[in-house]
Each structure stands twice: as structure tokens, then as C-alpha cells.
Design a protein around this ligand. Structure first.
Ligand SMILES: NC(=O)c1ccc[n+]([C@@H]2O[C@H](COP(=O)([O-])OP(=O)(O)OC[C@H]3O[C@@H](n4cnc5c(N)ncnc54)[C@H](OP(=O)(O)O)[C@@H]3O)[C@@H](O)[C@H]2O)c1
Length: 328
């Protein structure tokens, strides 16, 4: 992407996450926010005024018609990600789409194809993948710092008595913890293994019509196994353990560092010695920086498309109440 700087972003949606990402977009070198769209003109104006954005736009399609928008940030409920990514790609806008990328592999693959066809760049807004610490994880795995990896476990949850109308409680909008939080834990497992599992078994607890707790097990070709836990009914967890035959990597804040603390993790060896690590960094600004650069994005896009496939296999396993074998 080689615009005369800055890349001008239009924001689609005015929900909870939008506020944080607007601040990140506005403070990333080479990016600015020129417009924000909402379903209603009043809400778009209110949000634009709050955040110092020049144009308040009624309706998402009108934002895509604008000449002062080069890229969009899509912050809508999951079931709307595909529709608006396709529309943005066809309008030749680059796309930063909130996680989960979509609600199915078919949708995600179509989004990828549409962006490729229109020569626009895309990324899912999964910030932790872009943290300096995540680069250290990848280097450690490549160097076999832990020895041979045998097992991975990842747990992501938060306790949330949702308000009526929250999209997370609406199956039609892609609600439920499987896609919402499974995106993180499954993404971590995909990052560590770099591959799809051969088989998956998953189970869920449903309340209010959506998954509120999901537990899963996965098997990989080279003998690695993984377990996943996510849910809306336990206190905040955002941690993982990667167990090698020499030592284990433990991290308790991988999706986002705890407030006012540096990102951290520990390597525990067989004798009980613990080596602590901490990292400064700004995951969202690095993510935005990659989207607006010329850096290749294929690896990150494959990470997202594979994550979506694994989540679909978990869904299939839940429906069938049995272990599901993935086709390669
Ligand atoms: N990356 C992260 O750390 C992170 C954190 C939280 C959430 N997320 C993701 O970001 C996305 C949005 O989450 P959020 O918590 O910001 O959602 P939210 O507060 O419910 O906001 C979603 C926005 O989508 C628009 N919308 C259009 N049709 C809607 C409908 N039928 N129902 C509800 N909203 C509708 C609304 O904007 P208008 O009324 O202005 O049109 C609304 O403000 C989700 O995919 C979520 O998983 C990411």
C-alpha cells in the first residue's frame, strides 16, 4: 500500500471497541481517521464530535462512496463482517476487520478472495498477534527453546452478565463465546503449531441461546495435543501454557497485557527454575502499521483463515457430539 501518507480510514460502527481503535488509528504514524459511519446520522455525529473526526456519515454504504477514505475499520457484530468487507473491497478500500473474521470458513475465504480480486489489503484486528512478545514466542518455538512441544492449553474468558440486546447473546449476529473468545485461544494454538489439527472434539454449555462455555481437545499430526477453554461465566482469563519436553512457556495476559503492566511470560524448566520476561509494546499500532505498509500479509491472513476453520470444526463437533476429523 503506497499512498501519500497518511492512509485515511473510515470507521464503520460505533460500538464499544470502536473508541479504543479510533485512538490507535489516530495515533499511528501514517494513518488518520477522516470519517465515521453509523446506522443513524445522530449517532455518527455524536461519535465524530467525541473523537474529532471530520465527517459523520449516515449508513455504512455512504462511507464506502467517499473519496476521502482509503481504508475501513469494520467494528460490527461478527455476522456483518463478510457483507461489509466484500462491499469495502469492491469499493477498493483496504480492510481492517474486527475479530472473529466472520462466522464461517466459507465467508472468510470469500472475503479473502474479494480483497485479492480488488487488490486491497486486509487484516483481522487481532492485536496480540502483532505484539513484540508474540514475535519472541515465534522465535522461541522456531529455536526449540522448550524442546519438542507436546501439549498446549489456552484459556480465555471474562465474566459478563450481558445487557439485553448485546450482540454476544444473539445467535443471528454471530454471538456466543465460541467465535468471540475461541478466536483468541484457537488462534494461539494455530500460531504455536503453524498447522491445522487432524481432529477436534468440543462441547459447550448453552445459555440464553448462545455458547457460554466451550471446552475442546485437539490432535495434531506430530503428536501435539491441545486443550481449549473459553467462556462468559468465569472471571477474566487470557492465558496459555506451551509444554515442551525440556521446559514450558507460561503466559497470563497474551491477548492484551494487564492494565498498567508490561506484557509478561515465564519459561519454567524441569528443575523448577523460572525465567521471567517482560516486553514493552503497542500491539494495535503495530497491527495498523502493518496494514498500511507494503509488508506481505499472507502469513497473517492464513493464520486467520485457519483459525476460522478450526472454530468451524469445533462447531461441527459440538453439533455431532463426536470427534471431527479435519480434511486437509
Ligand atoms: N479486538 C478486540 O480487542 C475486541 C474487543 C471487543 C470486541 N471486538 C469485536 O468487535 C466487534 C464489535 O464489538 P463491540 O463490542 O464493539 O460491539 P457493540 O458494542 O455491540 O457495537 C457493534 C456496533 O455495530 C453496529 N451494528 C449494526 N447493526 C447492529 C445490530 N443489529 N446490533 C448491534 N450492533 C449493530 C452498531 O453501530 P451503529 O449503531 O453505529 O451502526 C454497534 O455500535 C465484534 O466482532 C467483537 O468481537 C474486538
Amino acid at each position: 500500500m503506497n499512498h501519500t501518507p497518511p492512509t485515511r480510514f473510515g470507521v464503520i460502527g460505533t460500538g464499544r471497541i470502536t473508541r479504543r481503535l479510533i485512538a490507535d488509528l489516530q495515533s499511528t504514524d501514517g494513518a488518520e481517521v477522516t470519517a465515521i459511519a453509523s446506522r443513524t446520522a445522530e449517532r455518527a455525529r455524536w461519535y465524530a464530535d467525541q473523537h474529532g473526526i471530520a465527517a459523520a456519515v449516515e449508513g455504512y454504504a455512504s462511507l464506502l462512496d467517499r473519496d476521502d477514505v482509503d481504508a475501513v475499520y469494520i467494528a460490527l457484530p461478527p455476522s456483518m463482517h463478510a457483507e461489509w468487507t466484500l462491499a469495502a473491497a469492491n469499493a477498493k478500500k483496504h480492510v481492517l476487520c474486527e475479530k472473529p473474521l466472520s462466522i464461517s470458513p466459507a465467508e472468510s475465504n470469500e472475503m479473502d478472495r474479494a480483497c485479492q480480486f480488488n487488490s486491497v489489503r486486509w487484516l483481522d484486528a487481532t492485536g496480540w498477534l502483532h505484539h513484540e512478545r508474540t514475535e519472541a514466542f515465534s522465535k522461541w518455538f522456531e529455536e526449540q527453546r522448550l524442546g519438542k512441544i507436546g501439549h498446549i492449553s489456552a484459556s480465555v474468558s471474562f465474566y459478563q452478565p450481558f445487557q439485553t440486546g448485546d450482540h454476544r447473546l444473539d445467535p443471528v449476529l454471530g454471538g456466543g463465546c465460541l467465535l468471540d473468545l475461541g478466536w483468541y485461544s484457537v488462534g494461539l494454538i494455530r500460531l504455536v503449531t503453524g498447522q491445522l489439527p487432524t481432529a477436534v472434539f468440543a462441547d459447550q454449555i448453552i445459555r440464553q441461546g448462545v455458547s457460554q462455555r466451550v471446552t475442546a481437545m485437539m490432535w495434531f499430526d506430530d503428536g501435539i495435543t491441545a486443550t481449549v477453554s473459553c467462556g462468559y461465566d468465569t472471571a477474566t482469563r487470557k492465558w496459555f501454557e506451551v509444554a515442551g519436553d525440556q521446559s514450558s512457556l507460561v503466559c497470563d495476559d497474551f491477548t492484551r497485557p494487564w492494565t498498567d503492566r508490561p506484557a509478561r511470560c515465564w519459561i519454567h524448566d524441569a528443575a523448577g527454575t523460572v525465567e521471567p520476561f517482560s516486553f514493552a509494546g503497542d500491539q494495535e499500532r503495530r497491527m495498523i502499521g502493518k496494514l498500511i505498509s507494503d509488508e506481505p500479509l499472507e502469513e497473517l491472513q492464513k493464520q486467520a483463515l485457519d483459525t476460522q476453520r478450526i472454530l468451524a470444526a469445533m462447531e461441527a463437533s459440538i453439533e455431532a457430539s463426536e470427534k471431527v476429523v479435519l480434511e486437509t
